[in-house]
Design a binder for this molecule. Structure first.
Ligand SMILES: Cc1ncc(COP(=O)(O)O)c(C=O)c1O
Length: 379
């Protein structure tokens, strides 16, 4: 066991992805094309939505959704204070104001009661995050802000279920990530899902510089050899066909990946459940956690060492860990703009300081899991 070094996350790519990428490389269709389209169709089907629109990342997917909703200066968007910074940054990209709410420590997700307090006539959208693969409390968030569109930040939640419904089908639109720390990857990459056909068309246009879609209802007599008209400010957020090819292979493995992660997550809970200072993640009674990460809360009043000391001990003993994520209001960028104090969102601050992800990915061997448990038990 001496030299064992268990990584926090390793993508499960290999021979099949390698083979899949050959086709676009060999035939020369490298930018968005037939592979991306097939990936989108398969992703939409798997998440029970009408449309899936691939992008370069989850960040650009979220930005595109806000742009399509014409969110801009003077508007407010409610976001959780404990999430990856991108959830709030996309609101700033649009010139709008992110309005933070605190989270629930048991789920690490947005607290619906706080949404009710922070909603105003300027609120144009809410972005609940399905953090680490556990769906946010969408029913109570919607009830707290009737009529306000919900945009799911489903970066971590491909394949997750909420009361039997797929993440990505719970609001007006959703954004997924295929960064290598997620369950399935395309290197970088993202996907928007929506049931709203008019916003889907607009998103496709905005993803491609705002260009009219050939054959679209606005295209008129457009011929493929003419350049399209541009009548709105768009972006280049297109996914490459090489990524689309990898995504198709990865998507076929999503379900077995989640099943395997779930099995090991439950094993961790059995093995570590008696440690009083370690609060382990919960599974939804009527849903499916996608186990993008296994994140525990370390009770600072009971823990023998601080979270950072524990992370250091584990690292020295071949177990890689990370803080769950960060409290965005504590980042210097956000402190500078909004003058936040760490205690403005005390639960987010607490989770910023006391959460810890332990290794859980599909490249781990049984001995790796055993090593993680044995090392934690030495603390
Ligand atoms: C909750 C959340 N939102 C958004 C993102 C951004 O995803 P991407 O890296 O694909 O832009 C991440 C990535 O870590 C995330 O965890």
């Amino acid at each position: 066991m001496g030299n064992r070094n268990v990584q926090i996350a390793v993508p499960s790519t290999g021979e099949e992805e390698w083979q899949a990428i050959r086709e676009p490389i060999m035939n020369g269709w490298l930018t968005q094309g037939p592979k991306v389209e097939s990936f989108e169709d398969a992703f939409a089907k798997m998440h029970s939505v009408k449309h899936a629109i691939a992008t370069t990342s989850c960040t650009t997917a979220l930005h595109l959704i806000l742009a399509a909703m014409e969110i801009g200066p003077g508007d407010e968007v409610i976001v959780p204070s404990f999430t990856w910074v991108a959830t709030a940054n996309v609101v700033l990209y649009c010139g709008a104001k992110p309005v933070f709410v605190d989270i629930n420590r048991d789920t690490f997700n947005m607290d619906p009661a706080q949404v009710a307090e922070r909603v105003s006539e300027r609120t144009k959208a809410i972005i609940p995050v399905h953090l680490f693969g556990l769906c946010a409390d969408i029913d109570n968030i919607s009830a707290a802000a009737p009529g306000i569109p919900i945009i799911e930040d489903a970066a971590c939640a491909a394949g997750a279920l909420y009361h039997g419904k797929s993440a990505g089908s719970l609001g007006k639109a959703a954004a997924f990530s295929f960064h290598p720390r997620k369950s399935i990857t395309t290197g970088e990459g993202g996907m928007i899902t929506t049931d709203d056909t008019s916003i889907a068309r607009l998103l496709m246009k905005l993803r491609n510089h705002g260009a009219e879609i050939p054959g679209g209802k606005d295209a008129g007599e457009q011929k493929p050899y003419f350049l399209p008209d541009i009548n709105m400010l768009g972006f280049n957020y297109r996914m490459t066909d090489m990524q689309g090819a990898v995504g198709l292979v990865q998507l076929n493995k999503l379900d077995p990946f989640i099943v395997e992660r779930g099995r090991w997550a439950r094993w961790y809970k059995e093995q570590l459940g008696d440690i009083g200072w370690l609060h382990l993640p919960k599974e939804p009674a009527d849903g499916r956690h996608s186990w993008q990460s296994f994140v525990a809360y370390l009770d600072p009043d009971k823990s023998p060492l601080t979270r950072n000391e524990i992370m250091e001990f584990l690292q020295e003993n071949g177990v890689s860990t990370r803080p769950g994520t960060h409290a965005v209001h504590m980042l210097n960028l956000y402190r500078g703009i909004f003058g936040f104090h760490p205690e403005d969102f005390p639960v987010a601050r607490d989770c910023n300081d006391n959460s810890m992800a332990i290794p859980l990915h599909n490249r781990m061997m049984p001995e790796d899991f055993e090593h993680v448990v044995e090392t934690i038990r030495k603390i």
